[in-house]
Every structure is written in C-alpha cells, then in structure tokens.
Ligand binder design. Structure first.
Ligand code: NCD
Length: 326
C-alpha cells in the first residue's frame, strides 16, 4: 500500500482520534501517524480535484495565537474554511495586545470561555505546557500550534508527510537537523516522529544550541542512530534530508548572545555540489538567512512545497479530532 495514495482510511481507524487533544508528537503511535498522513493525502486529493467539502459544515475553530505566526495560523484557518467550517481568531503579541489574556487573564480561564464558542481550539503561546493547560480547561479538542520551546506536533506531521512525498518514505534515510536545536520546537517534535523509522539522524548545531541531552538519550533508548556534529559540509555530504532551522532570536536573553550564533550555518550555493543526488532541503520557515535565496532553484529545495502541505495535514487533524472525516 502506498501511504499517500489518497485512499480514505477505514471509519474505525478514523474514529479513534475523536475528542483527542494534539499536544505533543510524543503522544502518537506509529500507526496513528500513518492514519493522519493517509487522511491528509485523502484531503490533498480532494483539494487537487477542487472538490467543495462540507465535512465541518456549521462548526467553528477558535485560533488563539499569543505569538507571531503566518503559515501555521493561516493554514489552520484555511484548512477549517476548506472543510466548510468557520473561524474565530485572537492573534496578538505582547507588543499589540487585543484579548483579555493581555489584561492578565489566565490561559485556563481563556480556554474555559472559548470552549463555549468553538468546536475545536488551536493555540500558540510562548509558554511550554500552555496547550496542556488549555486542554485541561476545555472540553473541546485542543491542538498545540507551538508552546514556546516545547512542541509543535502539526509541523512535525507535515514534515514527515513532505519527506514521504519527496523521498517515498523515511526508512533508511539520513536526516540532518541543523541550526537552533535547543530552542526549536519543530525539531523537538520531529525527532519523536523520526524515531518510528529505521533512519539515521545527524544533529548539527552550535555547541550552545544543542538538542536537549535528555531528548537525545530518550531517542537512543528507542534505538535511534543519533550523531552529533558541528559541520554543515559533513551534513551536506551525508544527508538525504537537510532540515534547516532559524536561530530562535525571541528565546535569547540578550541581543549579543543571539548575534554570536545567528549566522553560524548558512546554506548557500557553495554547498550544493556537496549534496547527495536527490537530497532534499526542508525548513519550517520563516527563514532569515539560513538558506540563501540562490538555493531556491535547486530541485530538492522543498521548503515551499513543505509549507503547502500544512493545509492537507491540518485539515486531517481538524476533521479527525472532531470526528468529521466524511
Ligand atoms: C516555526 C515555529 O513557529 O516554531 N514556524 C512554523 O510554525 N512554521 C519555526 C520558527 O519560527 O522558526
């Protein structure tokens, strides 16, 4: 069976997700990830056929974003609209407050209220564990769209979806995660999902920004082959998938500390001759200067295709947790 052939999974397989919160990539089994990806491929096929969908007709998604976002919020909103549902949104940052959370209302109280206004909540906040707090306060399903340096499970799902689409699967690949592995929530989530596959992972970061040791140990215990490196050329020569990340400026205590590490890994056209044939380059975006724009023309530069996959993957998540895949 081809995982992404667009066939809808059996109703029984779909139903197990109903009312689940999506908080961390750690919560999934390999089988669950597979069903989510198959559901996403089903929706991608519907989108390609320009089908008008009513799976979530009459339902409302609340997007509560207390940190900046472009792709994640808009693709969740677009996903809900494409499913025939409606969207209500709070999008604010400390610099431009709009909701009562900015007045000091707790996340618990906010979620408790929004629970009355929506059928599913998608939330992002700078605080690790914030989605869990909101999920405890809301009866409707809560999807974590990024909790500080913690987790970003929907991103990891679309990353795996993209790898499967571009490379035909994850088995046997060498995947290099590059950049700010300490503060990057996307790589924290992705590492869990990679651990379901027999693949080799190379972690490339400045010494100050290494993947949390505890997470690395946990993956090794699961049998993952994990290597730590500090050299981008080495990663280019070895990897089938290069996953670049932004140095997370907003998590640094000082501008000076950020400036010390921000330009450590810049993938530009000089590295292209080192790449393995058919290797791909991913990035959760936004990019600053980690990938030079001159790399965009490389056939394996897949980061914009990756961002596009956010739509079907988030359609799948919304419809699954509300029990609405029709
Ligand atoms: C990432 C995030 O917010 O964690 N972006 C995203 O959701 N696509 C990565 C980042 O901001 O660097």
């Amino acid at each position: 069976m081809n995982l992404l052939d667009g066939q809808k999974p059996d109703p029984q397989e779909l139903l197990q997700f109903k009312s689940q919160d999506i908080l961390s990539a750690e919560q999934f089994s390999a089988g669950e990830v597979e069903i989510i990806l198959r559901t996403a491929a089903y929706y991608e096929k519907q989108l390609a056929a320009k089908k008008r969908l009513y799976d979530m007709d009459g339902q409302i998604m609340a997007a509560l974003f207390f940190e900046p976002s472009t792709r994640t919020r808009l693709s969740f909103e677009s996903a809900m609209c494409r499913l025939g549902g409606s969207v209500i949104t709070v999008a604010e940052s400390a610099a431009s407050p709009t909701s009562s959370t900015a007045k000091g209302e707790s996340l618990h109280d906010a979620a408790n209220m929004v629970n009355n206004y929506a059928d599913v909540i998608v939330c992002r906040s700078p605080m690790v564990g914030s989605a869990r707090i909101m999920a405890a306060a809301a009866e409707v399903p809560v999807i974590n769209a990024g909790d500080g340096i913690g987790q970003h499970p929907s991103q990891a799902l679309l990353d795996i979806y993209t790898i499967c689409q571009e490379k035909g699967g994850v088995e046997g690949l060498t995947v290099a995660l590059i950049g700010d592995l300490k503060n990057g929530r996307t790589v924290h989530s992705l590492l869990y999902l990679l651990s379901f596959h027999a693949c080799r992972v190379i972690l490339v970061s400045p010494r100050e920004l290494q993947m949390p040791q505890e997470l690395v140990e946990r993956m090794r215990m699961k049998g993952m082959m994990v290597e730590v490196a500090e050299d981008l050329s080495y990663a280019c020569r070895e990897a089938d998938v290069l996953y670049m990340t932004r140095v997370q400026k907003e998590r640094f205590e000082s501008e000076a500390a950020y400036n010390q590490v921000k330009d450590r890994f810049i993938l530009d056209e000089r590295y292209l001759p080192l790449l393995r044939p058919r290797s791909i380059i991913l990035h959760p975006l936004p990019r600053l200067n980690e990938i030079a724009t001159s790399v965009d023309a490389y056939a394996g530069a897949a980061y914009f295709r990756q961002a596009r996959n956010g739509l079907p993957v988030r359609m799948a998540l919304l419809a699954l947790v509300t029990g609405n895949v029709r």
